[in-house]
Design a binder for this molecule. Structure first.
Ligand code: BTN
Length: 323
């Protein structure tokens, strides 16, 4: 074990540990100890130091670790393997590259930062280092392409259920798959599909969850929130990643084996869009009305004032009362 790890292990015992005790225990000089303490602080460890008492570990940085994720994972194939990258253009792009090279269903790519994070509808996804989760999951569903949009809804349901189970945070879904708390966005999901010969060859679920963020870029501040803001607690991303993988596998298996109807009731119970006045743009034509139901292919059913039933299957829907 290296010296920094040894020092950390001593500090993890709790309370103050004197510099003298550490230097004698590890056979290193006092100045060596303080150099390691300084380096640990630079890596995000909060360490208090008090004259005549020594050092005390206050908090550890939230570092994503595949080892920790795997120790909490119960899934059979989602997250097997889980690959962690420090920085990549976009985890969706990386999964697509690996899918084309033959990677198996269940592969999860996580990055600490993305240099070209992608959002829905051609937007970007701001992806600074270290506070959020940026991950993409490779699926190889045997489904007619018409059923493919339901994968997006299943993913939204899984993330929403996982976060509520972990933190009782009142997360809801804004159709089709934004996760919100109150009026603000907590998580976005970008699903990308590859279709060959009229059948789905693979789908990539790209999930971005705001976890320990306190601030957001100006274009989304006021519309975005994080788990830290909502729960008041600094949370462990490894646990969230593992739980999302477990729940995603359950929800996705139910959907593949029993169809969208088997998860539709839970989806509707969590969907904040249903029952609200919404407006959408359908091929250049504005539609507005009451969001009344989700159809078996994942489309939103909107009842207009004129009593017309309109199916909305893609694009941007604005729901009154939500960002
Ligand atoms: C949205 O616009 O709401 C979707 C945002 C999806 C962001 C995630 S972060 C991980 C994955 N990689 C990307 O480039 N985008 C998705």
């Amino acid at each position: 074990m290296n010296n920094a790890k040894e020092i950390l292990n001593r500090l993890r015992g709790g309370g103050y540990v004197s510099g003298q005790e550490i230097s004698e225990g590890l056979g290193m000089s006092r100045s060596g100890v303080s150099k390691h303490i300084k380096a640990l602080r630079e890596r995000g460890y909060e360490i208090d130091s008090v004259t005549n008492r020594g050092y005390k570990l206050i908090s550890e940085p939230d570092i994503i670790s595949v080892e920790k994720i795997e120790s909490m994972l119960h899934s059979l194939y989602i997250g097997r393997p889980t690959v962690l990258l420090n920085e990549i253009d976009s985890t969706n792009e990386e999964v697509k590259r690996r899918a084309r090279a033959g990677a198996q269903q269940g592969l999860v790519i996580i990055a600490e930062a993305q240099s070209a994070g992608k959002g829905r509808l051609g937007r970007g996804w701001s992806s600074p280092m270290g506070k959020s989760i940026y991950e993409s999951v490779l699926l190889r569903p045997e489904l007619p392409p018409a059923q493919a949009p339901c994968i997006t809804l299943a993913a939204g349901l899984a993330v929403c259920r996982a976060l509520n189970e972990l933190y009782s945070c009142g997360a809801k879904i804004k159709w089709p798959n934004d996760i919100i708390i109150g009026r603000k966005k907590l998580c976005g999901i970008l699903t990308e599909m590859s279709v060959e010969d009229n059948s789905l060859s693979y789908a990539v679920l790209g999930i971005g969850i705001n976890v320990n963020n306190r601030e957001f870029p100006p274009e989304v501040s006021g519309k975005a929130t994080s788990l830290l803001i909502e729960t008041g607690r600094q949370l462990e991303r490894n646990l969230i990643i593992a739980r999302v993988a477990d729940v995603l596998e359950k929800v996705y298996d139910d959907f593949i084996m029993c169809g969208f109807d088997s998860i539709k009731d839970e989806y509707i119970s969590l969907c904040a869009t249903i029952g609200r006045e919404v407006s959408a743009n359908l091929g250049g034509q504005a539609v507005s009305g009451l969001a009344a139901d989700i159809l078996s292919d994942g489309a939103l059913l909107v009842l207009t004032k004129e009593g017309e039933k309109v199916r909305v299957s893609t694009g941007e829907v604005t729901a009154q009362g939500i960002y």
